[in-house]
Design a binder for this molecule. Structure first.
Ligand code: 8YV
Length: 333
């Protein structure tokens, strides 16, 4: 019997590719750059399965070109790059990689928070560039003053797995924990000592605001000019969610004009991102979307992609199926 065919749009850990090979005929796009749109349109023509990343836009046109496609295994927890409704309508399974990247991403939110509060990246440049030596001042009481973190108030927007993991760490910093999410989570309030606040109140009261929401119609530009103006002038905004949750133009204005004290950003409206206005600001820490980039998380994500594909090939329901309604349209396998 012919093995189903899978196109993997990027080099994921080889160990997972080898396991997938036992069940699928595999083609991997090994270029460092993502496959151009024309290539993706061509490659999907005869595949049964796809492994995708956030930068692969899987829209109606791609699906129209993929008459045999049965499963899309996304190498990420978020899947805002995929037209889920359209996939479901066509009986295409979509899976993601939740849980395995939660702790790594929460760690990174904290890395950004602490680095921004204490100007760590700038301080590193100061030492490394020889500027410290040139200045000739060994130590000055007012040099590189940052913001206190311990005992302050953190407001977490989005209280799913990653938001909760960020809160768990905040307990070690003896922080007051506020959260906002679409639905209140009373059991988590008790467990994590977190207090639900309406969004605008959370923004008014927090010293650190961390964004951990998925990108949806509701969260698009959730942090806009009006909301940035509600924040404390000493507050720091951390975004490890999606760039489009924040109106970047408004954020730049907020940072330039001192409505808020700083920002730590791992995600941008367009990626890769370049913006001179933002880059010249001193009070921001920037990273190229590496929240889940640890050896542990990225290997576990690949393993989960493989488990989803293999379960599907065996006629089983994939363990982390996103669009469960698809089960009413088509059986797996
Ligand atoms: C990606 C992410 O996993 O999982 C997500 O939703 O935003 C990232 O951690 C990573 O960029 C690989 O696609």
């Amino acid at each position: 019997m012919r093995k189903p065919k899978v196109f993997i749009t990027r080099q994921i850990p080889e160990t997972a590719i080898n396991v997938i090979r036992e069940y699928y005929e595999v083609e991997v796009w090994r270029d460092e750059k993502e496959p151009p749109r024309e290539v993706l349109l061509e490659k999907v023509r005869d595949v049964d399965a796809l492994v995708t990343l956030l930068s692969d836009k899987i829209d109606r046109e791609i699906l129209d070109n993929a008459p045999r496609l049965r499963i899309i295994a996304q190498y990420a927890v978020g899947y805002d790059n995929i037209d889920i409704e359209e996939a479901t309508r066509r009986g295409i399974y979509v899976t993601n990689t939740p849980d395995v990247l939660t702790e790594a991403t929460a760690d990174f939110a904290w890395a950004l928070l602490l680095a921004t509060a204490r100007q760590l990246v700038d301080a590193d440049k100061f030492v490394r560039s020889g500027e410290w030596k040139r200045k000739g001042v060994a130590w000055h009481p007012l040099m590189y003053l940052g913001y206190d973190v311990y005992g302050k108030t953190i407001g977490i927007i989005g209280f799913g797995r990653i938001g909760q993991a960020i809160a768990r760490r905040a307990r070690g910093f003896n922080m007051k924990i506020l959260y906002y999410s679409r639905t209140r989570k009373p059991e988590k309030e008790e467990e994590l000592g977190a207090e639900f606040k309406p969004l605008n109140e959370l923004l008014r009261e927090s010293d650190f605001v961390v964004l951990a929401v998925p990108l949806t119609k509701e969260t698009y530009y959730m942090i806009n000019e009006k909301r940035l103006k509600l924040m404390k002038p000493m507050a720091i905004l951390i975004n490890i969610a999606r760039g489009k949750v924040v109106d970047t133009k408004a954020l730049i204005k907020a940072l330039e004009e001192g409505w808020i004290a700083g920002a730590g950003l791992d995600v941008f409206e367009e990626e890769p991102y370049y913006n001179k206005e933002l880059f010249k600001l001193k009070n921001v820490t920037l990273a190229p979307h590496i929240g889940s980039a640890t050896y542990g998380a990225r290997y576990a994500m690949a393993e989960l992609v493989a488990r989803n594909l293999i379960a599907f090939a065996k006629g089983e329901v994939p363990p982390t199926l996103v669009n469960r309604e698809v089960l009413n349209v088509r059986k797996p396998g």
